[in-house]
Design a protein around this ligand. Structure first.
Ligand code: GLU
Length: 303
């Protein structure tokens, strides 16, 4: 199997695809992104980094940041975190308020917005927001072995200006005692973590900490890595997580910027990006490219 050839074929197939989905419109800065872009990058366990398409173009990582903040929060709080957030797929939209009301302010999992707000809130305990963002950037830069990873302030401001629903989630959880800091500070930090930009090559490298094997940086105990991967498989694609597991068979975390980080345990860390989203809010071409990659490599965890 020639992996570079597989990636080139996938990129060519995606370039020829007309239906690219729709870019996220609810965050004004993201609505301006050129939908014709596509990139894929693979960091393998034997230390190679292969890519095709616009793999050096930075994109807004959005909800992919939730996998990294979860790793940081588990490092700080350990299993205590699970008193505040569950581990079940939500079966509802990623920003659902009704489910939170029925379940007394305890979000279903760390990857829906409410759960991610709790995770970020836990990182803020006894620290100011800039320290949390600095820790996140340190983690990402170390994981990717690249200091050129930054927050796009315009995207953060755009989300701050329109993030009424996230603020509602945070205030609601504060009423239940599950947000411990000023909800406005928690939201500000969350908007900024979502506004980190990375290219596919940087993201594939950063994801190596979840891959296991010898080539990636060891930043997490193996047991913790397994738990994050289990959550990515069951909850990483909003309300289409089952479908992604069904078709691709690999843990992944997607974001409304059109990026997806996918891990083939022990084999590879994969980043794919195309800004147009499908009806479930996942990258339309990214999902399709991952289906092709999994089929051609046989990397499904169920293979
Ligand atoms: N910042 C986005 C929001 O909270 C993240 C959504 C996502 O990527 O799923 O709406």
């Amino acid at each position: 199997m020639d992996l570079q050839e597989i990636l080139d074929r996938i990129a060519a197939d995606m370039a020829a695809t007309q239906d690219r989905g729709r870019v996220a419109g609810y965050i004004p800065e993201l609505a301006c992104v050129d939908p014709t872009q596509f990139a894929i990058a693979v960091a393998t366990a034997d230390g190679q980094l292969l890519s095709a398409g616009d793999a050096d173009v930075p994109f807004s990582i959005q909800s992919i940041s939730k996998a990294f903040t979860l790793a940081l929060a588990l490092g700080r709080l350990g299993d205590q975190l699970w008193h505040r957030v569950g581990r079940e797929p939500s079966g509802n939209a990623f920003n659902s308020i009704t489910q939170l009301e029925r379940e007394a302010g305890i979000p279903r999992n760390p990857f829906i917005n409410a759960g991610a707000l709790v995770v970020t809130d836990s990182l803020l305990e006894a620290r100011v927001r800039s320290e949390v963002l600095a820790e996140l950037l340190r983690f990402l830069r170390h994981a990717a072995d690249d200091d050129d990873i930054h927050i796009n302030k315009r995207v953060a401001a755009s989300e701050e200006a329109t993030g009424h629903r996230n603020r509602a989630l945070a205030e609601f959880m504060a009423a239940h005692g599950n947000i411990h800091n000023d909800p406005a500070q928690t939201c500000w930090t969350y908007f900024h973590q979502c506004a980190v930009e990375m290219s596919c090559r940087q993201m594939a490298l950063a994801g190596r900490f979840l891959m296991g094997g010898a080539s990636g940086p060891t930043m997490l105990a193996p047991a913790r890595m397994q738990r994050i991967l289990a959550l990515m498989l069951t909850c990483g694609h909003y309300d289409a997580s089952g479908d992604f597991a069904f078709h691709v068979g690999l843990p992944g975390k997607s974001g409304v910027g059109g990026g997806i980080l996918v891990i083939a345990p022990g084999r590879a860390s994969i980043a794919v990006w195309s800004p147009g989203l499908n009806a479930n809010g996942n990258s339309q071409l990214g999902t399709r490219a991952m289906m092709q990659l999994a089929a051609k490599t046989g990397w499904s965890v169920f293979q």
